[in-house]
Design a protein around this ligand. Structure first.
Ligand code: GLC
Length: 481
């Protein structure tokens, strides 16, 4: 039995590396990224492009294996694609944005890069997560190479600054979270995640932490101070208002509504009838808990979203207790959240009339499919990183073993459908790069925990918040504190 497992393991890894190599995108002779999928059997659409969020999985496994050049090239070319001037045309991408994806085009025998900021995407969705992932990846590169010089270059400092400027700009609302339209992240279709979706908030927090480590103060004091002000508020807000466990559910169940003024307990005026209490009462394990999908005016989205919850553990946004509770929930509700393929993008699916209203009758997001509670193998690396961080490695091993038994044979699908994830996604690409890279990365993280710091953060140091502007270029290594 063991020998059989070893063989499957080796075959899967070999096939994964071969497919990952094939997905590498070259520009003027240099590797600069990976295409989303290398599947000749279907029309490419935009899957022949390099997506920023998809490349993160490839980049991390390349970094773990010492192949830092492709990541550096990617960071350099994408930085060049970032608009640097104020935009007068409201249909053009604003200053500081990082595109959703880009591709190499050839004109008159010369190669050029063409970026898509969402203007070519289905439904013209805004990729808010791209600029956040970009900073997170830049910091991962610095951690891997221990070479701060790339981030300290004036172009990179300016790039980080411009991203921070959009994120920290004056705005209408008064929450520390980021207000975004629907489909602004991995779920890039209408799925009722407009407002303050967890995924964006967690990536925002992680990007702020990364930017805080990478920005040198000279000339950036205002931004550094703004980050220091925002971080603790954002962290407290998510930990308090997004958290759901049985105690919290009890409190919400007895909430009064229509409270006016500062003493209001039910801050967001959540109407008790909007919460699926009896489902949650049955589903929530005694000790487990999770961060809600979205919080806003009279809105508490109680769906479990995997990326936000896992990244909250990895980035230390969740408290230690919360992190353990999230892993307990995954363990206790394994059949629902992991099932036969790690792991559900969200749970449960929205169905019937709610599905029709919330998704706009999207045929790709029918219940238990694609973004609407489909299973996405890329999430395996985040599950593994979270498991390693919380010392629950056995959960990661169990998940990887499930995937390993079939994923190579299934030809690395983009996603799976069904309540247990047994069906290869109806419209799933094969040889989806982040499925492949996510699998390899999960294997790497579970066998060598020393790679975890590429993406993980420690506790928010109290002195960091008050210690704005202490260091200047080269004078202090911000990672040593
Ligand atoms: C789909 C996914 C998105 C991904 C893209 C390329 O649109 O929803 O998250 O970046 O495919 O793989």
């Amino acid at each position: 039995m063991q020998i059989e497992n070893l063989v499957t393991d080796e075959i899967a890894q070999k096939s994964a590396w071969e497919a990952l190599e094939k997905s590498i995108l070259y520009y003027r002779g240099r590797p600069i990224g990976t295409v989303a999928a290398y599947d000749n059997s279907v029309e490419a659409l935009n899957y022949d492009q390099c997506f920023i969020r998809d490349f993160v999985s490839s980049a991390l496994i390349f970094l773990a294996k010492g192949r830092t050049d492709i990541v550096r090239n990617f960071l350099e070319v994408t930085l060049k694609l970032q608009p640097k001037e104020r935009q007068l045309d409201a249909y053009k991408p604003g200053r500081g944005l990082i595109p959703a994806s880009f591709k190499v085009i050839v004109e008159n025998g010369e190669e050029y890069l063409e970026a898509d900021f969402g203007e070519h995407a289905i439904a013209r969705v805004t990729p808010v997560d791209s600029c956040l992932w970009w900073i997170i990846l830049l910091r991962a590169y610095v951690v891997a190479t221990k070479d701060f010089s790339i981030a300290y270059q004036p172009e990179f400092q300016n790039g980080i600054r411009l991203i921070m400027e959009i994120c920290l700009a004056n705005r209408f609302d008064m929450y520390p979270t980021l207000l975004v339209p629907d489909g602004a992240c991995m779920i890039d279709r209408r799925m009722g995640i407009y407002g303050h979706p967890l995924e964006i908030q967690v990536l925002f927090y992680t990007a702020l932490r990364a930017a805080r480590e990478l920005l040198v103060c000279q000339g950036n004091q205002d931004i550094v101070m703004a980050i220091d002000n925002r971080l603790p508020l954002l962290c407290g807000h998510i930990r308090q208002h997004y958290w759901i466990d049985i105690n919290r559910l009890n409190a919400i169940y007895r909430f009064k509504s229509e409270e006016y003024g500062k003493a209001a307990v039910n801050l967001f005026n959540i109407y008790v009838d909007s919460i699926p209490y009896y489902e949650l009462d049955k589903w929530l394990p005694r000790k487990g808990g999770y961060l809600a999908g979205n919080v806003g005016p009279s809105q508490l989205d109680t769906r479990f979203f995997a990326l936000g919850n896992l990244m909250a553990i990895i980035s230390d946004l969740a408290t230690e207790e919360q992190s353990q509770a999230i892993m307990t929930l995954i363990d206790e509700r394994w059949d629902d959240l992991v099932g036969d393929m790690p792991m559900k993008i969200c749970f449960p699916a929205i169905e019937d009339e709610e599905y029709r209203i919330v998704t706009g009758c999207d045929p790709k997001n029918i219940p238990w499919s694609y973004h609407n509670a489909g299973s996405w193998p890329v999430l395996m690396w985040m599950l593994t990183a979270a498991a390693v961080k919380t010392n629950r490695t056995s959960l990661a091993k169990k998940a990887i073993a499930i995937a390993e038994a079939r994923i190579a044979e299934d030809e690395w699908p983009e996603y799976y459908d069904g309540k247990k994830g047994r069906l290869i996604g109806k419209q799933a690409r094969k040889y989806q790069t982040w499925t492949i890279a996510g699998f390899l990365l999960a294997k790497e993280l579970v066998t060598d925990a020393s790679h975890l710091p590429l993406v993980s953060f420690d506790k928010l140091p109290p002195e960091l918040v008050s210690r704005a502007c202490e260091f200047e270029i080269g004078s202090v290594d911000p990672f040593s504190s």
